[in-house]
Ligand binder design. Structure first.
Ligand code: PGA
Length: 252
C-alpha cells in the first residue's frame, strides 16, 4: 500500500510572515492526521522560516524549483544542497508553468531531478498533456515521452522513493479538474509504463499524484482511483482550512 501524499504548491504567493502564520495554523489543524504525508512548498524566500515553523510536526517543506549544479556562477539560481540545508525535503521539478513560461524541457527536468536525488531531496516530477495534445488523442504518447526523457537514468531503487505528478495542463488553475475516470486512465497508463521500464517493485512503490483544480469537494473521488496516490494542489492549498479538508479527504 502506498501512503497518500498531499502537497501544496504556493506558486508565487505568500511572504515570509504569511507562510509562517499559515504553517502555525496548518500544523495545529493537521496534528491528528495519520496515514497521509503532507508537504507545503512555499517560495524560496520562505523555505527556511517555513521549516522552522513546521519543526517536529507532520508537515514537511518542499521547494518549487531547483538548479542542477551544486554551486557556481549561475545568477538567480538555487542548488539542491542549499534547499536541503534550508530545510526542504521535497522539490517540485518540471511544473507545467516552468515548462511553458520558463523554458524547462524534459532534458533540464531530468538534470534537476538527478540533482535533487543526489542532495537527498525527494523530487516531485510533473508531467501532463496540453489541451491541444488531448484533443489530438496524443495524451498517452506525450506521457510516455515525458516519463522516458524526464526520468532517464533513474534506477528502480531511486524511482521507488520518488513522486510523479500527473497534471493535465488544461486542468491547472482553470477550475476544470480531470474527471476521476480521465485521471484514472492516465494514472493506470503511467503505472504500466513504470512497471515496464523500472520493474514491478519500484513501480508499485513510486507515488503518482494528480494535480489540476483539486478542491475539498473532488479529492475523495480522485483518490478513490486505484493508481492515484495523492494530489499536488495549487490554489486550494493557499488557505490552511481548505488544504486540511483536502488532506482529510485523502484519508478516507
Ligand atoms: P491548481 O494548481 O490546483 O491551482 O489547479 C495545481 C498545480 O499547479 O500544481
Amino acid at each position: 500500500m502506498r501512503k497518500p501524499l498531499i502537497a501544496g504548491n504556493f506558486k508565487m504567493y505568500k511572504s515570509v510572515p504569511e507562510t509562517v502564520a499559515y504553517l502555525i495554523e496548518l500544523r495545529a489543524l493537521a496534528k491528528e492526521v495519520r496515514g497521509v504525508d503532507i508537504v507545503v512548498a512555499p517560495p524560496f524566500t520562505a523555505i527556511h522560516a517555513a521549516a522552522a515553523a513546521a519543526r517536529d510536526s507532520n508537515v514537511a517543506i518542499g521547494a518549487q524549483h531547483v538548479h542542477w549544479e551544486r554551486e557556481g556562477a549561475f545568477t538567480g539560481e538555487v542548488s539542491a544542497a542549499m534547499l536541503f540545508v534550508a530545510g526542504a525535503r521535497y522539490v517540485i521539478v518540471g511544473h507545467s508553468e516552468r515548462r511553458t513560461l520558463f523554458g524547462d524541457t524534459n532534458a533540464t527536468v531530468n538534470k534537476r531531478m538527478h540533482a535533487a536525488i543526489t542532495a537527498a531531496l525527494v523530487p516531485i516530477v510533473c508531467i501532463g498533456e496540453t489541451l491541444e495534445q488531448r484533443d489530438r488523442n496524443e495524451t498517452l504518447a506525450v506521457l510516455d515521452r515525458q516519463i522516458k526523457e524526464s526520468l532517464d537514468g533513474v534506477t528502480g531503487e531511486q524511482l521507488a522513493g520518488m513522486v510523479l505528478a500527473y497534471e493535465p495542463v488544461w486542468a491547472i488553475g482553470t477550475g476544470r479538474n480531470a474527471t476521476p475516470a480521465q485521471a484514472g486512465e492516465a494514472h493506470f497508463h503511467i503505472r504500466q509504463r513504470l512497471k515496464q521500464w523500472f520493474g514491478l517493485e519500484a513501480a508499485e512503490q513510486c507515488r503518482v499524484l494528480y494535480g489540476g483544480s483539486v478542491k475539498p469537494d473532488n479529492i475523495a473521488k480522485l483518490i478513490a482511483e486505484p493508481d492515484v496516490d495523492g494530489a499536488l494542489v495549487g490554489g486550494a492549498s493557499l488557505d490552511a482550512k481548505s488544504f486540511l479538508a483536502i488532506i482529510t479527504g485523502a484519508t478516507v
